[in-house]
Design a protein around this ligand. Structure first.
Ligand SMILES: [Zn+2]
Length: 182
C-alpha cells in the first residue's frame, strides 16, 4: 500500500506507540489505522489512555485523500464542536488516516479513547447540535446585549425549574394579570 498523504512512502505494518496495529508511512510518518484493530486494543485495555501533556501541532491536511485500500476519496469527519480539526476516514473499510501529530492531538484533547466513535452518526449529530447551540447563543447575545441576555437566561432557567411554570408563564406574558381583560 502506498501512503495516501505523501504518496511516495510505503505503508508498512507497525504498532502505534506499541499499542495497536497500524500501517505507518516511512516517508511522512502518518498512520493508517483500521478501526477494528483500535477497538480490539480498546477492549483489552479499557480506559488506559489518559491525556498526557503534549504540545503537538497537528496539521489538518486540507486536500482530499484517497483510501489506500479502495482508492476512493476519504471523508473528513469533525472531532468536536470547538475544534475545526478533521480526520480522514474510509467508511467502506473502516480505516482512518492520521497525519503526523494527530494521534498526539487526539490524546491532548481527550479523544484518543473515542477514535472509533468519532465516525458514528451519533457523534457527528451531537457536534451539529453543539454548533446550533453556539450559533443561537451568539444570536441572542447580539439581539439582547449581554446584560439582558444574562437576565432573561437566568429567568428562563428559574421558570423552567418551577412545577407550576405554565401558571407563571401565563402571569408573566399577560398584558395585565390583574384584569379580567377582554
Ligand atoms: Zn506518507
Amino acid at each position: 500500500m502506498n501512503c495516501p498523504s505523501c504518496k511516495t512512502g510505503e505503508l508498512t505494518p507497525s504498532f502505534l506507540e506499541l499499542l495497536f496495529r497500524t500501517h505507518s508511512c516511512g516517508g511522512c510518518g502518518g498512520h493508517w489505522i483500521l478501526i477494528e484493530d483500535f477497538v480490539e486494543w480498546k477492549t483489552r485495555n479499557p480506559g488506559t489512555h489518559r491525556a498526557p501533556q503534549a504540545d503537538y501541532e497537528a496539521e489538518d491536511s486540507k486536500n482530499a485523500l484517497l483510501c489506500p485500500m479502495t482508492g476512493r476519496i476519504m471523508q473528513k469527519f469533525r472531532l468536536s464542536s470547538d475544534s475545526s480539526h478533521r480526520l480522514d476516514y474510509s467508511p467502506s473499510v473502516g480505516g482512518v488516516w492520521l497525519d503526523p501529530g494527530e494521534w498526539e492531538y487526539l490524546k491532548e484533547h481527550g479523544l484518543a479513547d473515542s477514535l472509533n466513535q468519532v465516525f458514528t452518526a451519533q457523534w457527528q449529530a451531537s457536534i451539529r447540535k453543539e454548533d446550533a447551540r453556539a450559533t443561537f447563543t451568539q444570536l441572542y447575545r447580539e439581539r439582547f446585549g449581554e446584560e439582558q441576555y444574562q437576565k432573561i437566561k437566568e429567568l428562563r432557567e428559574w421558570l423552567t425549574a418551577q412545577p407550576n411554570r405554565s401558571d407563571l408563564r401565563a402571569y408573566l406574558l399577560a398584558e395585565d394579570p390583574y384584569s379580567t381583560g377582554r
